[in-house]
Design a binder for this molecule. Structure first.
Ligand code: E4P
Length: 214
């Protein structure tokens, strides 16, 4: 499973990249707003650090606006993937940009038929949001499972990018059902290598050794 970081914070991206396990980055307008920096400038900085796919979302919600912004974003770097909403205008823009050879990530996917449509339109990635479904009392993991089945039934190459992941249990469930990619905040990446028995075990090994040999 590929691992992306879900942030526009450059320090977090660099820290995750330094671990040697980072395959890509996802950003969105809310994450950029949190950083208070020009979106284009930050995307260029991210693409200097990470060679894998970097998702750059459009702000426009109409077809013409998405196409124009999408083409501009794609010029920032070769690894930019244009992020579009899973709407009627978004699927149309996905088809146009995909036909031009621009990779797309169709975001805000909350039901499997959206995923079917964007796969037909040539999306490189689809982003089902697990946490936000859990928030309204639905099981976000069911969505990942259903999309996996639909894509496998027909051999669609669109990759399932599990998004809106809040904790390591989400991440484990994604790996078990076969999501292609998971995008997670930095805290979740760090948490993947944490277990109290690992910490106490390391402490004991070191102290036993020091007791015996000084
Ligand atoms: C993914 O591309 C989105 O940026 C992200 O995962 C949204 O997560 P949230 O629901 O925690 O805002």
């Amino acid at each position: 499973m590929d691992l992306y970081i879900d942030t526009a914070n450059l320090d977090e991206i660099k820290k995750a990249h330094d671990m040697g396990v980072l395959d890509g980055v996802t950003t969105n307008p809310s994450l950029i707003a949190k950083e208070g920096i020009d979106y284009t400038k930050r995307l260029a900085e991210i693409c200097e650090v990470v060679q894998g796919p970097v998702s750059a979302e459009v702000i426009a919600v109409d077809y013409d606006g998405m196409i124009s912004e999408g083409r501009d974003r794609a010029k920032i770097a070769e690894n930019i993937v244009v992020k579009l909403p899973s709407t009627v205008a978004g699927v149309k823009a996905c088809k146009t940009l995909s036909d031009e050879g621009i990779r797309t990530n169709l975001t805000l996917c909350f039901q499997p038929l959206q995923a079917l449509m964007v796969a037909k339109a040539g999306a490189f990635l689809v982003s089902p949001f697990i946490g936000r479904l859990d928030d309204i009392g639905q099981d976000g993991m069911d969505l990942i499972q259903q999309i996996r089945q639909v894509y496998d039934n027909y051999g669609y190459p669109t990759k399932i990018l599990a998004a809106s992941i809040r904790h390591s249990q989400h991440l484990l469930a994604c790996a078990l059902v076969g999501a292609d990619v998971a995008t997670v905040p930095y805290s979740v990446i760090e948490g993947m290598m944490k277990h109290p028995l690992t910490d106490s075990g390391v402490e004991k090994f070191v102290s036993d050794y020091k007791k015996a040999f000084g």
